[in-house]
Design a protein around this ligand. Structure first.
Ligand SMILES: Cc1cc2nc3c(=O)[nH]c(=O)nc-3n(C[C@H](O)[C@H](O)[C@H](O)COP(=O)(O)OP(=O)(O)OC[C@H]3O[C@@H](n4cnc5c(N)ncnc54)[C@H](O)[C@@H]3O)c2cc1C
Length: 169
């Protein structure tokens, strides 16, 4: 078995390292202290292909593999764990969920916008009374007489929850 990294994997690693050291590390402590969401950096990371690393190119992603994703995450996380958490939710919980279970129309609309950095996605599972035990969640979606969905419930700890355009719930 050949354990050497491919050219594509080395390229995304270098892109992530460069951005992390030049743009994230210098402002990480300041953003942490002020509780500021790194919106500008996240958008730029999307343009660099870091928000949809495993997303196929036809849906706006970089079309790379899981090793490439892990290499990029290591670089971003070394500069700022908060930024890498946002990146991780966009890449895996959000994009992978829709890629695996969404329709073609949903993939084009909801994955492309996140993978390209146009906007931010979130994944809302945790509730005040249920974390690991997700089956204890209370949130419910019910259809009203007009055929619209009404969602009632409380969520907590949702990464990017306050800034996300789309949320998997
Ligand atoms: C930085 C951060 C970002 C997050 N982002 C998101 C997000 O984007 N979306 C989202 O939905 N949630 C998010 N969460 C919430 C996270 O998913 C939950 O915190 C996690 O699921 C654990 O739930 P809990 O905190 O309620 O702890 P609990 O589930 O109550 O667990 C408490 C402790 O008990 C242990 N434990 C739990 N069940 C068992 C068991 N059956 N057997 C043995 N031990 C057990 C756990 O390992 C842990 O040590 C985030 C949390 C953090 C800290």
């Amino acid at each position: 078995m050949d354990f050497r990294l491919s050219d594509d994997q080395l390229t995304i690693q270098a892109i992530a390292r460069d951005f992390a050291q030049k743009r994230i590390a210098p402002v990480a402590a300041e953003l942490d202290a002020s509780g500021t969401f790194p919106l500008e950096n996240i958008r730029e990371m999307g343009q660099l292909g870091l928000m949809g690393i495993e997303v196929p190119e036809e849906y706006g992603g970089a079309g790379l593999d899981t090793v490439a994703y892990a290499l990029a995450m290591i670089e971003i996380g070394a500069a700022d764990t908060a930024t890498s958490t946002i990146m991780s939710v966009n890449n895996s919980l959000y994009c992978n969920g829709i890629l695996q279970h969404g329709s073609e129309e949903q993939k084009q609309k909801y994955v492309r916008a996140i993978a390209t950095g146009e906007c931010i996605g979130a994944y809302a599972l945790t509730e005040p009374q249920s974390g690991s035990d997700a089956s204890a969640m209370h949130t419910q979606a019910t259809r009203n007489a007009d055929g619209d969905w009404v969602i009632n419930g409380k969520k907590s700890w949702i990464t990017s929850g306050s800034v996300a355009r789309y949320i998997i719930l």
